[in-house]
Design a protein around this ligand. Structure first.
Ligand code: IVH
Length: 705
């Protein structure tokens, strides 16, 4: 009988949360404090129980689960390693048009002439886990998993057991060369491993990727040695020198050093040829010896890769063209309505459990009321669902004829607080109007605030937030940072002892100076996702700057058309470009600017933010990694057309030199870079006596001469 037998999903969720917290706690004691409280055998028992529960309730596997191998922060008893160069991820394209658009973006960014081809490499996207292999003087010295991209786990001993990975590179290699690629398990090896595990009563793996991850991240390298792992290189990290100046050239050198590289890696000069290669790989996908989930395209010229750089965590010079999602049929059992942190009502399909590409799916999103109407779904209908990669499964098609049964009626009141639910003009979503009186929205905001990509407070997960909220211990984000005042109350709660309370308080204290971008993201403002939050943080660099600009814009907006009644006033404001201009110059666009102003205009939100700050939180300033130059600390304006650079690239160059780029010339401008066709800005610079240079002189500043 499995240890998970007899548990309800709620009980299992609670236990998984407790296990995630406990295992994280023991990891910390073991690694950071060198003071383990429990034996290795007891630790392994916790990890095993976590795995058993996850196997019994695959839907409940947590973001922060100790067993999450790919893209998760390091867990388990492996030492942490900080990557010398971050391990990036990739943007995805699904349709051919998105690939064409990607090539267009590259061309525009590099400002390539019409006749100039962009060569790209194409190779399969292997469904494994990425690993960085560091060679010094040709010898393997360190191997690390990706982890969160910045810090991974040391798997050197384990990697030394993989036959594909040489201890010493063949021939001449640079002094330092980090080869990056995918550790994976071939389909046939996976099948025989599972057969062996079954015979021996061991763990059965859901798919080759999980098997590869579970096999690599072992404390005991002897276990890894007994598992048939393989490796395919797809790139590199820190290097002291490069053996070629193209992607293909470097990959060929890596192959010559004795590390496997995909047989399907090729270079193409046109979008059509690239897409033809994609089709060819897709056609033979089922016959390939390992799982792949798409084709990766990379700009071949490395000087262009360098110029293109990266946005957030993905390079501008590469994209993953994913294969279409996997589909399955099942029955719609119920439609539940979930209330998100911004009040959005999302219909969720509860399904007869069905296996889609190795994963059991029980829920799928129905997106919104329009989608339900489009599909014409009602409870009891047979539906087609699809699952693509890590995205939430969705209902694709309804197979039951729309006979005379009544259509589904979307609720007009919030199922959580009973407030009216409305659909604003031009919006697809229906929202609860209850705001912060709606408990669902308050809990969701709290959950979002502490979540992994926001403040990331260890040990304060969903179950705790809910119970602390319903017991009145935490009502708003600021209460979290005043929890120490309620220490006695916490100690009085079931299952909370001195150590666990102290751990929680310490985890909270560890987040009192969150990076500005995480703080902005944590506030849960509409349209401010992680990437936008990072852009804002980079632009404003400090909370004080950010707040000043937002407050000025809020004041400017308040001064406009105060006589109009709502919602006409709001409508007029949204369209008033001048009002958002102050924020808009940060390049965030009117939608984000309006969302920021809507948020900070609301007195209650200001109070919530002020209370967080008053409770002892001060967002950390952004420190740009910049190169000192004659323009460091200066404010620049680009005007006219630039011949060799796009505006985006010029701006990125200026920022990397520590300069600010403004949209208009004023007394605060230090330098104007003018190209042909410059007009009023150039004239104004002349009037104000601001120095003006041309693009060639700018290029010299960038080159550092
Ligand atoms: S290139 C800077 N190429 O996919 C670019 N990645 O979704 C970094 N992956 O983290 C990756 N096959 O683990 C690249 N041929 C391939 C790949 C590949 C699999 C993985 C890699 C990466 C993830 C991003």
């Amino acid at each position: 009988m499995s240890a998970a037998d007899g548990l309800t999903a709620i009980e299992a969720a609670r236990e998984l949360e407790r296990l995630a917290r406990e295992i994280a706690h023991h990891n910390r004691l073991y690694h950071s404090e060198d003071a383990p409280e429990i034996s290795d055998a007891d630790y392994d028992a916790l990890v095993r129980r976590n795995a058993e529960l996850e196997a019994a309730f695959p839907d409940l596997v947590r973001e922060d689960s100790p067993s999450r191998q790919v893209g998760a922060a390091p867990a388990g008893h492996l030492a942490k390693v900080r990557h010398a160069a971050p391990m990036l991820s990739l943007d995805n394209a699904f349709a051919d048009e998105e690939v064409v658009e990607f090539i267009g973006r590259v061309r525009r960014y590099l400002k390539l002439g019409d006749g100039e081809p962009v060569a790209l490499t194409a190779e399969p996207k292997i469904d494994g886990l990425s690993c960085s292999l560091r060679y010094e003087k040709g010898m393997l010295v360190l191997a690390a998993t990706r982890g969160d991209g910045t810090t991974g786990e040391d798997v050197t001993a384990n990697v030394r057991t993989i036959a594909d990975i040489p201890e010493r590179l063949h021939g001449e290699a640079p002094d330092v060369f980090e080869v990056r690629g995918e550790v994976y398990m071939a389909k046939a090896d996976f099948a025989s491993l599972n057969a062996r595990q079954e015979a021996e009563g061991g763990k059965i793996f859901a798919n080759p990727r999980n098997a590869a991850a579970g096999s690599l991240r072992q404390k005991d390298a002897a276990v890894t040695a007994a598992r048939p792992l393989r490796f395919l290189a797809h790139g590199w990290g820190e290097v002291s020198a490069l053996p070629a100046d193209t992607q293909l050239g470097v990959m060929q050198a890596i192959a010559a050093w004795g590390i496997p590289v995909s047989e399907d890696l090729q270079r193409f000069e046109s979008g059509e040829a690239l897409l033809a290669h994609y089709r060819a790989i897709e056609a033979k996908r089922a016959d390939m010896p390992f799982d792949i989930d798409g084709v990766v395209y990379k700009v071949d010229r490395l000087d262009w890769q360098r110029r293109l750089g990266q946005v957030a965590r993905a390079p501008r010079w590469a994209i993953a063209h994913k294969f279409p999602a996997e589909k399955a049929q099942t029955v719609l059992r119920a439609i539940d309505i979930q209330v998100g942190r911004t009040g959005k009502l999302t219909p969720v399909a509860r399904l007869e459990p069905v296996n889609v590409g190795g994963v059991t799916v029980t829920n799928a999103t129905l997106h919104n009321a329009d989608e339900i109407a489009r599909l014409g779904v009602r409870v009891g209908d047979r539906v087609v669902i699809q699952r693509a990669g890590d995205v939430i499964p969705q209902v694709l098609e309804n197979l039951t004829a729309a006979e005379a049964r009544a259509a589904y009626v979307f609720p007009d009141h919030c199922p959580e607080c009973g407030s009216e639910a409305v659909r604003e003009e031009g919006e697809v979503d229906i929202r609860c109007t209850g705001g912060l009186i709606c408990p669902a929205q308050r809990v969701e905001r709290l959950r979002h605030f502490v979540s992994r990509h926001a403040l990331d407070i260890e040990g304060l997960g969903l179950v705790h937030i809910e119970s602390f909220f319903s017991d009145g211990i935490i009502q708003s984000p600021a209460d979290i940072f005043r929890l120490a005042e309620k220490r006695d109350l916490l100690l009085g709660r079931e299952r909370w002892a001195e150590t666990s309370v102290d751990n929680l308080l310490a985890a909270i204290d560890a987040r009192r100076a969150p990076p500005l971008d995480r703080f902005l993201f944590a506030l849960g403002i509409r349209h401010i996702g992680e990437v936008t939050a990072r852009d804002l943080a980079r632009r404003y660099t400090s909370w004080a700057n950010f707040r000043t600009v937002v407050e000025q814009a809020v004041a400017a907006r308040a001064a406009i058309q105060p006589t109009l009644a709502e919602p006409e006033r709001k409508f007029a404001l949204r369209r008033n470009k001048a009002v958002v201009a102050a924020i808009d110059t940060a390049g965030v666009g009117p939608e984000v600017a309006n969302a920021l102003l809507d948020f900070f205009e609301e007195p209650h939100n200001q109070e919530v933010v002020d209370a967080i700050l008053a409770a002892g939180v001060s967002p950390a300033d952004v420190i740009h990694e910049t190169r000192a130059s004659s323009v460091t600390g200066k404010t620049l304006v680009f005007t006219g057309s630039l011949e060799t650079l796009s505006r985006d690239e010029a701006k990125a160059q200026a920022e990397s030199l520590g300069a600010k780029v403004a949209g208009s010339v004023s007394a605060k401008t230090d330098l104007v870079v003018a190209g042909p066709g410059a007009g009023s800005k150039l004239k104004k610079a002349g009037e104000l006596g601001i120095p003006v240079i041309d693009e060639a002189e700018w290029a010299k500043i960038v080159a550092g001469s």
